[in-house]
Design a protein around this ligand. Sequence first.
Ligand code: AMP
Length: 542
Amino acid sequence: MLTGQMMGEPLLILDLLRHAALCHPQAGIVSRCHDGSIHRYSYAEAWSRVNRLAGALSELSVAPGDRVGTIAWNDYRHFELYYAVSGSGAVIHTINPRLSDEQIVYIINHAGDRFLFVDPDFLPLLARISPQLETVEGVFLLCEPGEVMDAAAGEARCYEDLLAGGGGEFAWPALEETAAASLCYTSGTTGNPKGVLYSHRSTVLHARAVAGSEGWSLSSFSSVLAVVPMFHASAWGLPYAATMLGANLVLPGGRLDGASLYELIDSERVDAMCGVPTVWQGLLDHMQQVGKRLESVEKAVVGGSAVPLSMIQRFEDEHDVFVMHGWGMTEMSPVGAVNYPTPSMMAMDKEARHNLQLKQGRPVFGVTMKILGPDGREQPQDGRSPGRLLVKGPWIAESYYKSDDRSAFLEGGWFDTGDIATIDEQGYMHIVDRVKDVIKSGGEWVSSIEIENAIAGLEGVTEACAIGVPHPRWGERPLLLVTVDRAIPERDILSHVAGKLPRMSRPDDVVIVDALPHNATGKLLKKVLRDQYRDHLMNASG
Ligand code: AMP
């Protein structure tokens, strides 16, 4: 082999912020604080505090490879930890506070976190779990000195006091790009969560990909709102991607209700925003109530769960906002596919374009996909043949942290996503369902997502969940569970979906429930519901 003669400069996370401080010093970060006030500073100011924080971490003897945990909202202090911890060669372990106490204790002990940085909102959680933590040597509260007088704070110290002792410019260690930088555990519904250990290289490559025009097209003109949490899958890489390009990064803290988000969007002239469908539902409903428009927003990036058609329509018709559907998972840093606008898409009539926007998109450069049919053979990319979705690429996990579970890591370097999808001739990937959630009716696959999409938009229905339950004749049939905000006859719900679905996919019954269960990232816990309703159709004869 003739080796190329180019420099082997490592791709390092810290260089994203170093670059922003130098080339985009006036752009920066706007955060919502606990008391609702707004904190703002530039990337240059962030850089200087990140240097002090790294100095303080080294005083604590935090060494390369050590794990440092955070239980925090999206704000500037969490951002500083992202850069100072990984820049020092240590690993920032972002902890999802919505996991159960038991799971949080498990992941902190499993990760071996030496220190925890905790938002005061999570003090009750901290008090509950502290006695069971085996490796934690100290806790720092992300707040001003004297701001928290709560007895639950116990021995915890103040982050700002720590920073004050941090000194000036830090002598950053030389790191290899393959060094571990951050750690996030999956929020799986079965078994213990599994750790995904990202490297500097994977993080920078992912940031490059999502920032560009196959991603969210960020630039120094952008003001991007990250509603998607920094405690799960690095807020889809936004703290890295926005910094790299000198986009303003707007962080909502813990206030994720429609009114608070709108206030921030309006005051910061947000033009791009990223989050899961439930958050946007709250924002759209709020906007309708107050009769206002999202004047500055051009695009809403939506992922984590499938986007219903009604959401695409409402964003566009009521606010002139383009919905960019995306798909990914913790193991993929997390972005795998994005449905970005293209000339041919924009030339389509509205209905056809909206139907295309329902698909999760095309793989961003770097991610390769294929689908395998039930016989294990690769399916044709015809938009009709579903199969298990396998992926590979430089920001996709090749194993789990301290785990010998290799069930998802297949021969040839492929990762089995656990999703069923189709891919069409243009490369658009469409998620049919999770392998575990697809409804198997008389040998056919019925997509639970398709049924949920068909009901979304019916006035009065606030949330819908379709599950497969045992049926004496068909093996399984779809059952629809919904929450409502007004009285609606069940038959009206069934006739609404019947008009939108092929016969095979029409639910056999609908049940109105008080609430639907969700996991730590807001996804419906369908397994719980399948267990609960397993006898619901057993006496049916149809
Ligand atoms: P997580 O690792 O918690 O981010 O969850 C990843 C899983 O969420 C994927 O494997 C999908 O099943 C689901 N998911 C993510 N984005 C979408 C989407 N746009 N449409 C449907 N499912 C999605």
